[in-house]
Ligand binder design. Structure first.
Ligand SMILES: Cc1cc2nc3c(=O)[nH]c(=O)nc-3n(C[C@H](O)[C@H](O)[C@H](O)COP(=O)(O)O)c2cc1C
Length: 351
């Protein structure tokens, strides 16, 4: 399904606001493939988002679901004490740092019942019975991986397609196991070596993601064996995305570094450095979604105040090159750049 779109670009699922039905519709109508982000919304809301997308396009699209396994929530209490003063400054109470599975099973039910053409999973493997049900419903199953070992596990779990995510990616790294010994959720394989290593082991179609923002990047990953490139950050400034005002302003200014942090959610994610990360990043425990639930009111207050310093400003390493333009125009530019890159390269490889 994803390998057959007119344009080999996947508009990434971006939970927490940026992904909207408008963005997914714009992708589909332009011949690309878009994903709705099911994370952090209720199953009923997911059903409504699917219906809204279907009102805008008859084209195919996907739904992305987080697969969460129970992890230790060590040190969440001391982290809560640390960030308390930040919440007081915004006049909000912190959230309860509880564990939950983000309604995983009910969201799989929605995808099966709605016969969504493609589902992608992030953070781990879906349950084997779910893979069977989804495939029986005609849904293609994508599993996001960040290492060759995760790719092997995903292939064994019955994935139809692998989304191969490199460490330059914006937002959460899809590491299956978050290792607190490594600040960025290592081991981190760069995208091209990872693509090559995974392609050498499996015949499954591969989607490449992470730091791709130019048509030449798309040509590069397709040349390395991918069937499509998944881009998130490139679309954050499009009018169809639901990116907040403070986030857009920070992206446009392009004057911050990106870093990988657990500060906001308890899982490694790449975003623009701000005061909250500087103050708490080093102390944040590996406890998702406990930390995400804890900081939710604080992030919401920071967003409502148009203050970029206490909200997650997820962005990939290439974000200074992301443009403000309609999604269809961004896609057309990417395709023109890719054609130009391929033409220029062909001349460099004489027979
Ligand atoms: C704001 C934002 C939110 C994201 N949310 C999700 C998500 O909900 N599910 C997911 O699988 N990936 C998510 N990602 C990661 C993307 O799927 C993809 O791997 C990433 O955007 C690729 O790197 P790039 O941003 O440099 O293009 C998110 C990325 C961003 C920038």
């Amino acid at each position: 399904m994803i390998a057959e779109t007119r344009i080999p670009v996947v508009v990434a699922p971006m939970a927490g606001g940026p992904t909207t039905p408008e963005l997914v519709v714009a992708a589909a109508e332009a011949g690309a493939f878009g994903f709705l982000a099911a994370a952090l919304v209720t199953p009923d809301r997911l059903r409504a988002l699917i219906a809204e997308t279907r009102r805008g396009t008859t084209g195919p699209f996907g739904v992305n679901i987080f697969t969460l396994s129970r992890e230790s929530a060590a040190d969440v209490d001391s982290y809560r004490d640390r960030v308390l003063a930040d919440a007081e400054r915004y006049g909000v109470l912190l959230g309860d740092p509880d564990w939950d599975d983000d309604h995983y099973a009910a969201k799989v039910d929605v995808v099966v019942e709605e016969r969504v053409p493609v589902v992608s999973f992030t953070f781990g493997l879906p349950r084997p019975t779910d893979v069977e049900r989804l495939r029986a419903a005609g849904t293609q199953v994508v599993i996001t991986v960040t290492t060759p070992a995760e790719a092997r596990a995903a292939a064994a779990a019955g994935a139809d397609v692998l989304c191969v995510q490199g460490p330059a990616a914006g937002g959460h790294r899809s590491v299956f196991t978050d290792d607190p010994a490594h600040p960025s959720g290592a081991p981190a394989y760069d995208l091209l070596p990872l693509l090559r290593l995974v392609a050498a082991e499996t015949d499954l179609p591969l989607i490449a993601a992470g730091g791709l923002v130019h048509g030449a990047d798309i040509a590069a990953v397709l040349a390395a064996g991918a069937v499509a490139a998944q881009l998130g950050t490139a679309f954050l400034r499009s009018p169809e995305a639901g990116t907040s005002r403070a986030h857009r302003t920070a992206l446009a200014a392009a004057d911050r570094e990106t870093t990988v942090t657990r500060a906001f959610s308890g899982r490694p994610a790449r975003g623009l450095v701000n005061q909250f990360i500087t103050d708490h990043g080093a102390a944040a425990p590996a406890a998702y979604p406990n930390v995400n639930n804890l900081t939710k009111p604080l992030r919401a207050a920071s967003t409502a105040a148009d203050d970029p310093e206490s909200m997650s400003l997820w962005a990939g390493q290439s974000y200074p090159l992301a443009r403000e333009a309609p999604t269809a125009e961004i896609l057309a530019t990417l395709m023109a750049q890719a054609r130009e890159a391929v033409a220029a390269l062909t001349a460099r490889f004489p027979a």
